[in-house]
Design a binder for this molecule. Sequence first.
Ligand code: TZD
Ligand code: CA
Length: 533
Amino acid sequence: MTSVRDLTYRLLRQHGITMVFGNPGSNELPFLSEFPSDFQYYLALHEGVAVAMADGYAQATGRPALVNLHSAAGTGNGMGALANAWNSHSPLLVLAGQQTRAMSGIEPLLTNLDATVLPRPLVKWSQEPTTARDVPLAINRGLHMASLPPSGPVFLSVPYDDWTAEVDPRSEVLIGRQVGAAGSLDATSLDVLVKRLSEASNPVLVLGADVDACNANNFAVQLAEKLGAPVWVAPSAGRCPFPTSHSCFRGPLVAGIASLSAALKGHDLIAVFGAPVFRYHQYETGNFLPDGAQLVAIVTDPQEAARAPIGDAYVGDVRAILEALAERVTSTGRPLPAPRPRPSREAEVAVRHDMLTAGSVFDIVDEIAPAGTVYVNEAPSVTPVLWERLRLEHQGSYYFASAGGLGFGMPAALGVQLAASSRRVIAIIGDGSANYSITALWTAAQYKIPVIFLIMKNGSYGALRWFANVLKVDNVPGLDVPDIDFVALAEGYGVHAVHADTRDRLKHALSAALASNAPMLIEVPTALDVPAT
Ligand code: TZD
Ligand code: CA
């Protein structure tokens, strides 16, 4: 007899899934029983870690990742991380165990009440199959749903007695079903876009995370060079879609209506690829666009296209469309914009030599880390400084929580490192943020995932101090996080750690971490550097 569980593992393999990120409970044990030897289970000690780790893995591979959570409580613990996965279009299948059908009417302990409602609205699709025989169909559907554009998380609740039930023999044909999406532009729309770009007198490109997600950074470079156009990263950037040392590169746009509009002043055409228009944060009044500017956006997500308050939008395959435009647009002959000036290293060091600044830390990292290093960032107040200092040249070089939900960085770095084993991942983590998913250290140690964790210890929720200035609110409690010993915490979870409070110590620690193939944590006291409002 073929069991539902047997066929499920075959389906998972066929979708390229042999990893499970999870934290089990009694409802999940029958799914995990006789765990196949070609699968690897990554135990996370908190569900937020499991989901964020899967998110990092899914983003870095572009393929769906499987998360296994425990009923309602486990799903609830994973929801913060699911918010990020939702915004980053990460293809995740979240599989949660349900109590046995035999007791479903009497609501025993660990029943997931209204299971399908719980993860909404942060999933594309949510189901609890009505019968055991529908489970393989639901698994297959969930995996395709997660992958189809716009990709994103899906949720499946499975009563635990279903796994040992016999499959419907007709489910065999699910193995090998191909489901794909087409989606370049039709010829007329493409002509219109080529014309608009070619005839603009001062076009600008704004690129979002989905450009990096669909491996289209090179096409963006080609298009920018042909147009001689500056390139900005859409606000609240979850990934880096363009090489930061390229002459056209301007940096990330500020996430406020007026600031964003001011940065784009003078452009007559704003072409947005792979980003919502726009993901603002701080509220600023003003017009969405500068005077005289038109906007056209190419996105994978119909919701993003429909809800944009301005401009035209096309929904389609961002890579295919960028590739077609890069090929079809003829070179305008406009000179490339002059490169952004590199911030001076010496000036920064000279001003505050008693304590390392974020700028000097990033300069050291940029100098020592090899080309191709991947950065996962969760140090909110110093993110603008990071974008000025680190060279992010290759596809898949940068990740940040797409919904701003903290607790993403440390576990996502593990997932990215598993996916990109030939590159080294450095996680740059604030001393506030580190606490939401600190148990990721244990997973790093146990599975020997060689992420380097750089803790930026400024003793404060720096970004909230900045936001309090933006909102002009005073005397807010709960904004400092003094007296946390990250070296002790890391050692406690089995990760070697050092405290580096000078440039030389940091250089030494980072070189040692890069030379070893074990995870390591470096705690760096840094000056609290709240950006000006
Ligand atoms: N909780 C969660 C899950 N996500 C959040 N974004 C917040 C709370 C609010 N929050 C921010 O948006 S930034 C921040 C908090 C608490 C402070 C981060 O402090 P940090 O980094 O030490 O990690 P900085 O560089 O000092 O800001
Ligand atoms: Ca901090």
